[in-house]
Write a protein that binds this ligand. Structure first.
Ligand SMILES: NC(=O)c1ccc[n+]([C@@H]2O[C@H](COP(=O)([O-])OP(=O)(O)OC[C@H]3O[C@@H](n4cnc5c(N)ncnc54)[C@H](O)[C@@H]3O)[C@@H](O)[C@H]2O)c1
Length: 244
């Protein structure tokens, strides 16, 4: 489905991002696994079927790092067909206790990165007249909010607004922009939670279970491929019914 397309996945070194890399590579894409942790990006790249994949160390919240990725892509002579913005962090605290640093860090990584990465890759695509699918990983809490996550929820709601505006601007330029809103997914983050908190979360989900990273990756594959050629500006909730 993605035969010989170049796909960039930020946050590809762990959890959902790693599963997305595996799914896209299994569908024929050549991956740039972009992650803050070099060793994680390398581990993912080694797991991938096919050849020609690259592990790229990057802090997506830093403009100079995004520029470095641009130079790498330009020197490769390939034009990206898929960008998945998946890198994300949490720094939870209630609003009354949240520090300015907790707020700024989450905004920088989860939201400012989406602007820098999407602008950089979309410019490349328009210049080279290559079709592009951008998939932004938001969260259901961007729609419904969550206790202790004013910073995180604000970024994920911001990603939804960004997605719809960028989709409108780029629709006639062969660039589609969509977002996925995962619910509670089984990743190192959720596995580290106290069992009681996890049980309480699961009881809120109509399907009464956590989602698997592969269930997010399946939705990403749909949006990344031509199967969704008439879909842009959409938000797909993959939540087991949470937040409907
Ligand atoms: N796990 C869930 O239940 C869930 C639910 C909704 C949305 N999400 C979103 O899905 C995405 C992936 O989450 P996950 O649970 O797999 O997390 P994770 O912590 O397992 O993976 C996140 C990856 O992003 C990388 N990263 C962090 N900061 C970075 C930076 N500045 N530059 C580059 N890479 C950076 C990390 O090194 C890590 O490899 C995030 O955007 C998260 O907000 C997760």
């Amino acid at each position: 489905m993605l035969s010989s397309k170049l796909a960039i996945v930020t946050g590809g070194g762990s959890g959902i991002g790693q599963e997305i890399c595996k799914k896209l590579a299994s569908s024929g894409a050549q991956l740039i696994v972009a992650d803050l942790k070099k060793s994680s990006a390398e581990s993912t790249a080694k797991l991938l079927p096919g050849s020609g994949h690259t592990a790229f160390q990057i802090d997506v919240s830093k403009y100079d790092d995004v520029e470095r990725l641009k130079e790498f892509i330009q020197s490769s002579g390939h034009h990206p067909g898929v960008l998945v913005n998946c890198a994300g962090i949490t720094k939870d605290s209630t609003l009354l206790k949240m520090s300015r640093e907790q707020w700024d860090d989450v905004i920088n990584v989860n939201l400012n990165s989406i602007f820098m990465m999407s602008q950089m890759i979309a410019r490349e695509s328009v210049k080279s007249q290559t079709s592009l699918s951008i998939v932004n990983v938001s969260s259901i809490v961007g729609k419904i909010g969550n206790f202790g996550q004013t910073n995180y929820s604000a970024t994920k709601a911001g990603v939804i607004g960004f997605t719809k505006s960028a989709a409108r601007e780029l629709a006639t330029k062969n660039v589609r922009v969509n977002a996925i809103l995962p619910g509670f997914i089984r990743t190192p983050m959720t596995e580290a939670m106290p069992p009681k908190v996890l049980e309480a979360m699961i009881s809120m989900v109509p399907q009464r279970r956590l989602g698997e990273p592969e269930e997010i990756a399946n939705a990403v594959l749909f949006l990344a491929s031509d199967m969704s050629s008439y879909v842009t500006g959409a938000t797909i909730e993959v939540t087991g019914g949470l937040g409907m």
